[in-house]
Design a protein around this ligand. Structure first.
Ligand code: BES
Ligand code: MN
Ligand code: MN
Length: 443
């Protein structure tokens, strides 16, 4: 295939700033959906539709019929995370640029580059050998509600023999992976109100409650210094991975020192120290504070006691925890830890249950073979720290959901200078092309 042409096409997709959580980009999300729809039509899909009543549609399509061949559902998302902080990008997030064999742009790896890879692998294969179905959504980055509701109403939309979700990465360069677990997510805003309005910090300071101080105290009650999350009942259902799984992780090319120095680039790691870093990343739940607002944050100085403060937080969930229970536990913990003189409230924004995938379906062996042929190594089983809310629903009809991807661990998803190595893209197209072939042959 003509790589220059492919790059030009991918650039077009990446130039669309389809940030799903920012209403100012609603039209851009629509444009990205149109881009996907046009690609599906070019692949000969019939029935290309925009589905869902919410603002960013799910693009669905049905590939040319191949009688007797299996049905393969391809999932991906055309929405991206906000690009800020903008001044930390080497080149602007929506002006794709190649440096040193790497393509830099918001969405390069998460997930436009991977959607592109799945689609171009079909084109590369010539006449399809399987019955393709597509669900490419535009709200993954804020909870996938539209696709969730759609699949609840019309579960047959996910009916397939096999589903592929390419929204992940290799575990290391040269080490492709399939994932047996995704963490779930519980995203919330905790708001603390301490008075009717802000107060002069001289007139009232010393006797009036301060919303930021109360919020800070509440947050440290929820998670202590050693990394333990103190939401009552939270760890109840959490199980340690089997000794076999832990032993397998030890064989992966993952070094804690390198992870700190090259990827985290901080002075030290945190969390529950008695567990390995991989266990903390893949098998334990988390509590993170994303941002705190309220009070005075403008230029200069203002002496005021804030009456309200809000923290955006999220918890990652692991198997056997459920979003519903965790929401209840968090609401109860906030109530319990907030002192009587403050009004604390919790608003849940979105979330997802954790997903667990068994690798016993023969399609996993075909993908393993395709990777082995193209990149020289098969897939290793791994877990993922991130979440893809709709995965449990995609598998509800019984199809095995293959969680894989062509990214690398240092792609900087959601961060400045997100990138995709071009070698990963070209290899990826060859891998999926081969996988479609093998699946079609029933090999
Ligand atoms: N592609 C990621 C999920 C992911 C990241 C899986 C890293 C495996 C490794 C996805 O686009 C994502 O970012 N999901 C969000 C979901 C949330 C906004 C509901 C996440 O995990 O924060
Ligand atoms: Mn993604
Ligand atoms: Mn993402």
């Amino acid at each position: 295939m003509d790589r220059d042409r492919l790059l030009r096409e991918l650039y077009e997709f990446l130039r669309i700033p389809s940030v799903s959580t920012l209403p100012a980009h609603d039209d851009d999300c629509r444009a990205a959906a149109e881009w996907v729809a046009a690609e599906l039509r070019r692949l000969g899909c019939s029935d290309v539709q925009f589905l869902g009543s919410e603002k960013h549609p799910v693009v669905s399509g049905v590939g040319p019929p191949v009688p007797g061949a299996p049905t393969l559902l391809l999932y991906g998302h055309y929405d991206v995370q906000p690009p800020d902080p903008l001044n930390e990008w080497t080149t602007p997030p929506f002006e794709p640029a190649v440096r040193d064999g790497r393509l830099y742009a918001r969405g390069a790896a998460d997930d436009k580059g991977q959607v592109f890879c799945l689609l171009k692998a079909i084109e590369a294969g010539g006449r399809p050998t399987v019955n393709f179905r597509f669900l490419i959504e535009g709200e993954e980055e804020f909870g996938s509600k539209v696709l969730f509701d759609l699949l609840k109403r019309e579960p047959q939309r996910a009916q397939a023999d096999v589903a592929v979700v390419a929204d992940m990465s290799y575990v290391a360069p040269g080490w492709p992976a399939v994932y047996t677990m995704l963490r779930g997510l519980c995203y919330a805003e905790i708001t603390v109100r301490t008075a009717k309005s802000d107060l002069h910090s001289g007139e009232y300071g010393g006797a009036a409650p301060n919303a930021h101080e109360e919020l800070a105290r509440l947050l440290v009650r929820l998670k202590s210094d050693d990394g333990r999350i103190n939401v009552p009942g939270f760890y109840g259902p959490v199980k340690r991975p089997s000794t076999a799984e832990l032993a397998a992780w030890k064989k992966l090319p993952f070094k804690e020192k390198e992870f700190l120095a090259k990827r985290v680039q901080a002075k030290g790691l945190t969390g529950l120290k008695k567990y390995s870093v991989l266990e903390r990343l893949w098998a334990l739940p988390t509590f993170e504070i994303h941002g705190i607002t309220g009070g005075f944050t403008g230029q200069g100085a203002k002496t005021v006691i804030p009456a309200e403060a809000t923290a955006k937080i999220s918890l990652r969930l692991v198997p056997n925890q459920t979003l519903k229970t965790v929401q209840r536990q968090v609401a109860a913990a906030v109530k319990r830890f907030a002192p009587k003189h403050v009004t604390a409230s919790v608003k849940f924004l979105h979330g997802a249950d954790p997903a667990q995938i068994k690798l016993n379906h023969p399609a996993f062996a075909l993908l393993d073979r395709a990777f082995r042929e193209v990149v020289g190594r098969g897939t290793v089983p791994a877990r993922a720290g991130g979440s893809i809310p709709v995965v449990p629903a995609l598998g509800a009809g019984g199809a095995p959901v293959i969680l894989t991807g062509i990214g690398l661990p240092d792609d900087r998803l959601h961060a400045p200078d997100e990138k995709l190595d071009l070698k990963q893209l070209w290899d990826g197209i060859a891998v999926f092309k081969r996988f479609y072939e093998l699946l079609g042959r029933g090999a």
